[in-house]
Design a protein around this ligand. Structure first.
Ligand SMILES: CC(C)(COP(=O)(O)OP(=O)(O)OC[C@H]1O[C@@H](n2cnc3c(N)ncnc32)[C@H](O)[C@@H]1OP(=O)(O)O)[C@@H](O)C(=O)NCCC(=O)NCCS
Length: 182
């Protein structure tokens, strides 16, 4: 499997996750990353995140199944203008967390999260933050199970496809959640 060794980490996982490898994204993965149908803007966002991964500013992780291919993903950002999200040394921020609908509620999201947290511990990050839309209660519950708690609210930009040649943007209020990694 291309790129499987780079960034891959062996962990003791339940058998439901057998055959799933967590690894860093390679360029050939970009068209296969998960997004809603017709969400062209996300393709631009993935390319931009991949470019910043090459500069060492972000990391893109995927969960890959032996036959189904990419079934989950998330992106972690080390630095941000909003230091309450990421500050480059102690605090990192993850976003674009998604599992293929047919693979949800089988532990893939949790596997990705645990992998991310362990990788960040090894890099010396003490805090991990995220934002979750206030109406996304299922995701918030999952984060709480993993030890994240709400520390504030955050305005987040939601992009959508072009209308009359212009990218549409909307600001939404979301929970900011945080977990102490060590
Ligand atoms: C949020 C998301 C990434 C979670 O991924 P996932 O693979 O479904 O996550 P998990 O399977 O690890 O956990 C989800 C739930 O399934 C449960 N679960 C895990 N394995 C299970 C199994 N084998 N059988 C039944 N339930 C299971 C977990 O306990 C968890 O329950 P909870 O919601 O009550 O805490 C996924 O739902 C998704 O892509 N959502 C759309 C995008 C999104 O909202 N992203 C988050 C943005 S902030």
């Amino acid at each position: 499997m291309p790129g499987c060794s780079k960034g891959a980490m062996a962990m003791d996982e339940p058998s439901a996750l057998d055959g799933i490898v967590i690894r860093q994204v390679v360029e050939d993965d970009l068209p296969h990353l998960l997004c809603e149908e017709n969400a062209v803007y996300l393709r631009f966002m993935f390319q931009s995140a991949f470019d910043s991964m090459r500069r060492g500013e972000q990391l893109l992780w995927v969960a890959e199944h032996a036959t189904d291919g990419i079934i989950g993903q998330l992106i972690v950002q080390f630095n941000s203008m909003r230091v309450q999200l990421a500050d480059g040394t102690r605090r990192a921020y993850f976003y674009s967390f998604r599992v293929h609908p047919q693979w949800r509620r089988r532990g893939v999201g949790s596997y990705l999260l645990r992998h991310l947290e362990e990788d960040l511990r090894q890099r010396g990050f003490r805090l991990l933050t995220l934002t979750v839309e206030k109406n996304n209660e299922a995701a918030r519950r999952l984060y709480e199970r993993h030890g994240y708690h709400v520390v504030g609210t955050e305005m987040v930009n939601r992009h959508s496809n072009k209308v009359n040649g212009r990218w549409q943007e909307a600001e939404e209020l979301a929970w900011r959640m945080e977990k102490q990694l060590f």
